[in-house]
Design a protein around this ligand. Structure first.
Ligand code: NAI
Length: 358
């Protein structure tokens, strides 16, 4: 059978560092496993346009492996051509680059390595919150420039203690973010999610659920986005919602770029409605060189904590999602049931409750 993997190019780094498993060079470490069983394994980063390796081989691949870090977009149109496709495996977490409704229609399963990088992301969120609140990046840039003017950076630096922090989405990542914030003595920890946390879990963090989104954002000093991208979250943070944010709030989005309206967020940062925006996910990946999120700043010249999409691909995470990808494929070959938590789309139906209420 043909197994097709669309991964990101790792270049020199991947040749020098074999633990960069999610790259084209290191192939998730599964070539020998697949070939020893007589399967064909095609690996490439070429994913866009009709001449791409992705579109050429999707027509007869039975297993597709993709990664959110360099998403091969499996559209409804491509599903029509993918006549043999049975299983889409996301090496990581977040399968919005697959048209999930089309997967249901075509009876293809979509599986993720659930939980594989949730700690990696939660740690990155805490880092991003702190670097925005503390105005860290402009302070470091000042040092590299050779300057020393404490007041220029201290004028926009605060403490996290006493602030209200809220997460949109209180699943594996959102919950872990709140857990990690407990020792910071925030004024309150809030969450917005259609699925309420189990009572004991909410109580353990003293986290309060707010059911109305506008009401929720109006109470938060810091908002972190930790829900999947689906029909109900695309463009959720737009110009209208941003008006309901507290003036000068900080926003961290490590979930998916398209949950935020690109221009509305950039405008809010420039006007000072947002004091800072940080995250690693972009509405298009790789982000174009002139993407406004690369350079947008608040009126005092700081507040930008954007990085490339890497929070969930630390070397520790890569080991976990490479192993998890292999286990999913082993189960498929052996006809064994998959771990229920890994199943986003089962044959002909949504198994997850996290991709919108239906
Ligand atoms: P999860 O499935 O454990 O939790 C998602 C939560 O979001 C669920 O509780 C769900 O009810 C909630 N949710 C869904 N729609 C919502 C809405 N409209 N409003 C409020 N809450 C909503 O997923 P997990 O593991 O926490 O991951 C969340 C997302 O984070 C992934 O889907 C992915 O997009 C992103 N992610 C990003 C990574 C990165 O490297 N930047 C790595 C891993 C995940």
């Amino acid at each position: 059978m043909k197994v097709l993997a669309i991964l990101y190019k790792g270049g020199k780094a991947a040749k020098e560092e074999p633990r960069l498993l999610g790259t084209v060079e290191n192939e998730l470490g599964i070539r020998q496993f697949l070939e020893s069983q007589g399967h064909e394994y095609i690996v490439s980063d070429s994913k866009d346009g009709p001449d791409s390796v992705f579109q050429k081989h999707i027509v007869d691949a039975e297993i597709l492996i993709t990664t959110p870090f360099h998403p091969g977009y499996l559209t409804a149109e491509l599903f029509e051509k993918a006549k043999k496709l049975k299983v889409c495996v996301t090496a990581g977490v977040g399968s919005d680059h697959i048209d999930l409704n089309a997967a249901v229609k075509h009876g293809a399963q979509v599986l993720e390595v659930t939980g594989s990088n949730v700690v990696s992301v939660a740690e990155h969120v805490v880092l991003s919150i702190l670097l925005l609140v503390k105005n860290f990046i402009p302070a470091h840039e000042m040092i590299e420039r050779g300057d020393w003017q404490v007041s220029d950076v201290a004028r926009n630096a605060f403490d996290l203690e006493g602030k209200v922090v809220g997460t949109i989405g209180a699943g594996r990542i959102g919950y872990r973010v709140l857990q990690r914030l407990v020792p910071f003595d925030c004024k309150e920890l809030l969450y917005y999610d259609y699925a309420p946390l189990p009572e004991a879990a909410a109580k353990a963090l003293n986290a309060r659920r707010v059911e109305d989104l506008k009401d929720f954002v109006s109470q938060c000093d810091v908002i972190t986005v930790n829900c999947p991208l689906h029909e109900g979250t695309k463009g959720l943070i737009n110009a209208d919602l941003l008006k309901h944010f507290k003036k000068g709030a900080w926003l961290v989005n490590t979930a998916r770029g398209a949950i935020c309206d690109k221009d509305a967020v950039a405008e809010a940062l420039k006007s000072g409605q947002l004091r800072g925006y940080a995250g690693d996910v972009w509405n298009v990946q790789p982000a174009p060189r002139d993407h406004v999120w690369r350079t947008a700043k608040n009126p005092l010249g700081g507040g930008n904590g954007m990085v490339p999409h890497y929070s969930g691909t630390t070397l520790d995470a890569q080991e976990r999602y490479a192993n998890g990808t292999k286990s999913i494929i082993e189960n498929y070959f052996a006809g064994k049931p998959q771990e229920p938590a890994n199943i986003i789309i089962g044959v002909g139906k949504y198994e997850t409750k996290a991709y919108g209420q239906r």
